[in-house]
Write a protein that binds this ligand. Structure first.
Ligand SMILES: [Zn+2]
Ligand SMILES: [Zn+2]
Length: 375
């Protein structure tokens, strides 16, 4: 009897030890696709020898968060805490970690783990990991018992140090978070397509991603045309250095634009006709697609129509690897390139309202949640 009692006690202690090592976390979650954001307490995996714990200061709202929270990209598991534009401070480090020390600023984008051994991982393209990258939220974490990751609308995050981004002390922390998705998602294809000074280029969709693309392209010295459907953003386009703003709903403005651009980036998150932009490419021109519309609104390309505008290239681009994300943060901070943000408090009502404004195209240009105001 005594022996059994001791065994049970040891078992209870072992279980509670494992649970104690988990990191308590609180955030804002959706509990079904219709219901509003509510406070949610949960826990994250323990801090491994190669991990760091980050206290989250700011968390950006990306359109992908909305698609996932509302289950528009497939079957979202609830509750879900979205958020993959995270800026914060390191509060604990695992014993093998040398990249960070306690007190450093750190960022988290869309990738929190990958195998580190396959060719893409070794090439710093962790987003293409052959064993599948672990996403920041709504992703099965094969390195931690397949638990589903929860994102950055929360007070903390535990991440593999190799997948966190160093943020300089002089960075504008209020604005830096959206660089981790909106920044890298546009920076990477601009580099991939080797855009250079004097090129005629265009940005389709002038929102959170689009306004970052414009800033990077203007910094390079390209001549930037912007396409959107919102008349209110015409002055912003000029202010950010674009040479032309086209309201796509105005047929007259669309005249005479075919064969004009060497590079176009489409950040459009709704239904549209990609061929409109393919026809605007010069021969050898490239259209980079980074916007991902809801499942029922995805454009379908008529392949035959491509032959009519031969030798133009279309490619998709998904975020960027960790080394390129680090390069983008360093470049952005050094050149004072930041998103234009509106800071909102960390409560369900404020996030619900922000979501609605993003859906209605009324945001200029990115909402960032001040996670320190979370109760
Ligand atoms: Zn995003
Ligand atoms: Zn890999």
């Amino acid at each position: 009897m005594n022996k059994l009692f001791t065994v049970v006690l040891i078992l209870i202690e072992m279980t509670s030890f494992a649970q104690n090592n988990r990191i308590p976390s609180k955030g804002l979650a959706m509990f079904s696709k219709e219901v509003a954001f509510k406070p949610y307490e949960f826990s994250r995996h323990a801090i491994g020898d190669n991990d760091i714990l980050i206290e989250i200061l700011y968390s950006g709202i990306c359109h992908s968060d909305i698609h996932t929270a509302k289950s528009e990209w497939g079957n979202t598991e609830y509750p879900i805490v979205p958020g993959h534009e995270i800026a914060g401070r390191v509060t604990k480090i695992g014993k093998n970690v040398t990249k960070f020390k306690v007190g450093d600023y750190a960022g988290i984008g869309c990738i929190v783990n990958s195998c580190g051994e396959c060719d893409p991982c070794k090439n710093g393209e962790e987003q293409f990991c052959e064993k599948r990258m672990v996403g920041t939220y709504a992703s099965k974490d094969q390195y931690h018992n397949n638990e589903i990751t929860q994102g950055g609308y929360a007070n903390n995050y535990v991440i593999s140090a190799n997948h966190a981004i160093k943020i300089q002390k002089n960075a504008d922390m209020k604005k830096v978070a959206p660089l981790l998705c909106a920044g890298i998602t546009t920076y990477s294809p601009i580099r991939f397509s080797k855009v250079k000074k004097g090129d005629n280029v265009a940005v389709a969709g002038f929102g959170g991603l689009g306004h970052m693309a414009v800033q990077y392209l203007v910094k390079i010295g390209a001549n930037v045309t912007i396409f959107d459907i919102n008349e209110d953003k015409r002055a912003d386009a000029q202010r950010l250095g674009a040479v032309k703003y086209i309201n796509v709903n105005n047929a007259d403005e669309l005249k005479g634009l075919n064969n004009q651009f060497s590079f176009i980036i489409s950040t459009i998150p709704t239904k549209y006709d990609p061929m409109l932009y393919v026809r605007m490419l010069k021969k050898d021109g490239e259209l980079a697609i980074v916007g991902v519309p809801a499942s029922e609104n995805r454009p379908i390309l008529n392949v035959v129509s491509l032959i009519g505008v031969s030798h133009r290239k279309i490619y998709g681009s998904m975020i960027g690897g960790i080394p390129e994300t680090q390069e983008m943060i360093d470049y952005s901070v050094a050149n004072n390139i930041y998103p234009e943000v509106e800071i909102i408090p960390a409560n369900g009502k404020a996030v619900d309202e922000a979501y609605q404004k993003v859906i209605d195209g009324k945001v200029k240009f990115r909402y960032v949640i001040d996670m320190k105001t979370l109760n």
